[in-house]
Design a protein around this ligand. Structure first.
Ligand SMILES: [Ca+2]
Ligand SMILES: [Ca+2]
Length: 142
């Protein structure tokens, strides 16, 4: 009996120590932007069309239809950027295409949002990001 209890305690300790703790809850929206919420004091509620996250920092409301992905992470990351909005002006347009090409030619990253420019999310900036961005501008979807 004593041996069983000790074995169970060891198993419990192992289970607790292997469980990961995360610092942030992150949402990816349909337009590719992300919203990062600290899990400190987090409370999540749903209503008909919105998800509301309340934490120690305040309240964030996101339309459920706009949520593409939701996951826990330890990366604070950039709280929000618009995928393809390379020049950070809030719009995805031909000026962003020009900016990516400029960056590829000059390697000058000033005023260039690298994260937003990696349209195919492969970790680097290349001609495939330009193609993807042009496709998005023409078709309206990634
Ligand atoms: Ca832009
Ligand atoms: Ca890329």
């Amino acid at each position: 009996m004593k041996k069983t209890i000790i074995t169970m305690l060891i198993a419990l300790v192992a289970l607790v120590s292997s469980a990961e703790t995360y610092s942030y809850l992150k949402f990816t929206k349909a337009n590719g932007s992300t919203v990062t919420c600290s899990v400190a004091g987090i409370k999540i509620t749903y209503d008909n069309s919105n998800i509301t996250v309340t934490n120690d920092e305040g309240t964030t409301t996101i339309a459920l239809a706009d949520v593409q992905d939701m996951y826990f992470t330890n990366e604070a990351g950039d709280s929000s950027f618009l995928l393809g909005d390379v020049n950070d002006d809030g719009n995805v347009d031909i000026a962003d295409v020009t900016k990516i090409i400029d960056y590829m030619l000059t390697n000058d990253a000033s005023g260039f949002n690298l994260e937003a420019g990696d349209c195919d999310s492969n970790g680097n900036i290349s001609i495939s990001d330009v193609i993807k961005l042009i496709d998005y501008i023409l078709l309206g979807q990634w």
